[in-house]
Design a protein around this ligand. Structure first.
Ligand code: FES
Length: 154
């Protein structure tokens, strides 16, 4: 099993990450969720659980986002949970793609980057390639939840 390096967090972006890690958002339960997903990182055993409720018009009205693990997975999960509220499933798929592009170093137009809100801070994690998976794990869970929901609806 590869060693997972520590991330040195500093500056404005680091402060945002640590704030979400220490006070994660949207941990309250969601009754009768429309989408749910569970993912874990086999290298460390850290995990994420997502539960989303829709408002009947394909917009997220409630979200429970819970993760156990390092500062990066917890901050990414918390930031994601703030961003998704009020978004349609189509918008969420676009945000997920933008976030994945940012984390893997692809060119992302500034207006698309701005749409990620606080998640932009996680680009500092790109300096630690092994830890990129920590940031992406909640998004992998989300993409699986979207796929399962679409399959059920088809
Ligand atoms: Fe386990 Fe980050 S070290 S998800």
């Amino acid at each position: 099993m590869p060693e997972i390096p520590d991330v040195q967090l500093g500056g404005l972006y680091g402060d945002r990450i640590l704030e979400h890690y220490r006070n994660p958002h949207n941990r309250g339960p969601v009754a009768e969720p429309d989408l749910e997903a569970h993912e874990f990182n086999p290298f460390c055993g850290d995990r994420v659980d997502l539960f989303l409720k829709l408002d009947g018009q394909n917009r997220v009205s409630e979200i429970n986002a819970d993760s156990d693990g390092c500062s990066i997975i917890q901050a990414s999960t918390s930031m994601l949970s703030d961003l998704l509220k009020g978004k349609t499933l189509e918008e969420i798929a676009g945000l997920s793609s933008t976030f994945r592009s940012m984390m893997t170093g692809k060119d992302v137009p500034p207006e698309a980057l701005a749409g990620l809100g606080e998640l932009e801070a996680l680009q500092v994690v790109r300096r630690y390639p092994v830890r990129i998976k920590c940031a992406l794990l909640p998004w992998t869970a989300l993409e699986e939840a979207l796929e399962a929901y679409r399959s059920r609806a088809a």
